[in-house]
Design a protein around this ligand. Structure first.
Ligand code: SIN
Length: 349
């Protein structure tokens, strides 16, 4: 099968990373069907965070399970920390087949044509992770993943990081504290609107550029779960972390559809099962990783940690409440209705 026709920019980026069009062609030319079950398979899994994060550790677990169960025949190559691709080009790399699997945050699907995923970014929507499960484990979660097929992606599952906190070089305890700050955000219009509602100016930046942007003063603050804050060394360049828990950060694992369908059915099953176990493992350790990072942060003593009172959280919640209505059209009214229905359902836990 010939290599896909790559736009000039992408061709340049892929060549820079030593992945030529002929390498892509050979990936896509793998045989399918029962005979393919004995051939070696290499799966390139790229992500943007450190290994010692819920995502990094879940990806490692996936790699180990696949190696054990396939007797080493299926190799998962991990590229953490945006080594290979970052936020600005990883989706394109996946669509072109330059990598086979990613686990972008749910906030990063809006800009490739799936604004409905931004419902997960609505501030103060989820009281606890069990509420997220009402969506991700039900028909709505399934429909969201199925929609990704429109862009040549196969959605394989969801998993958590946890709740986001706000950081800056001052405490962020009330809406007034945000006024005039340039806050780094992911490419999500919902998150941008949340920052504007607080009086801050959102600045969209790739995750891998965030620490440097904080250090050089390109931005003043940001939001993330503590595990990301700590493992990127953001504590070295931010004096205050406010435990606002105002929003959720989770991920969807996606594969290049042609790659996925090129696998033998038995290999898809093995990979699907290993992935599902790795994602459960990621969910089990997510809280603990964030707690560990918070303990390490306290120990480092570089950053003041502020615990908000219920009244302070309530004021923040009130300030960002209009975002739900203002962004409903972007997310899509039917998706919003389905989300409200899903949140009323009970789930396994
Ligand atoms: C991630 O956890 O994948 C990165 C989140 C971010 O870009 O803030």
């Amino acid at each position: 099968m010939p290599a896909p026709d790559l736009p000039a920019l992408s061709r340049r980026r892929l060549c820079l990373r030593g992945l030529t069009a002929s390498a892509l062609g050979s990936t896509l030319a793998w045989p399918t069907g029962a005979r393919g079950r004995t051939r070696p398979v290499t799966l390139r899994f790229s992500h943007v965070v450190a290994q010692q994060t819920p995502k990094g550790l879940a990806a490692l677990r996936f790699q180990q399970l696949v190696a054990q169960r396939s007797g080493g025949r299926i190799r998962v190559l991990l590229y953490p920390d945006a080594q290979l691709y970052g936020d600005d080009d990883e989706m394109q790399a996946l669509q072109l087949g330059a990598v086979d699997m990613l686990a972008p945050s749910l906030s990063k699907f809006g800009r490739i044509g799936f604004p409905e995923f931004e419902l997960f970014d609505l501030p103060f929507l989820f009281g606890q992770v069990a509420d997220v499960r009402r969506i991700t484990q039900g028909p709505l979660g399934q429909r969201l993943l199925e929609g990704l097929g429109r862009q040549g992606l196969t959605g394989l599952g969801y998993f958590d990081n946890g709740f986001k906190q706000m950081s800056a070089n001052r405490p962020l305890l009330a809406p007034e504290d945000f006024v005039g700050l340039r806050m780094r955000v992911q490419a999500s219009r919902v998150i941008a609107a949340q920052m504007r509602a607080l009086g801050a100016q959102p600045v969209t930046l790739a995750f891998s550029e965030t620490r440097r942007a904080l250090e050089t003063g390109v931005v003043d603050g940001t939001e993330n779960p503590v595990s990301n804050f700590w493992t990127q060394g953001m504590h070295q360049v931010q004096s205050d972390l406010s435990l606002t828990e105002h929003g959720y950060l989770g991920y969807a694992v996606v594969a290049n559809r042609r790659f996925w369908l090129s696998l033998a059915a038995a290999d898809r099953e093995l990979l699907g099962q290993a992935l599902s176990e790795a994602l459960s493992y990621g969910n089990q350790i997510a809280d603990a990783q964030n707690e560990k990072a918070l303990a390490a942060l306290r120990q480092a003593g570089t950053t003041r940690i502020h615990v908000l009172s219920e009244a302070q959280r309530e004021r923040l919640r009130h300030a960002v409440e209009p975002v739900h209505k203002a962004l409903a059209n972007r997310i899509g009214l039917p998706w919003m209705d389905a989300m409200r229905d899903a949140l009323k359902q009970s789930v396994k836990g």
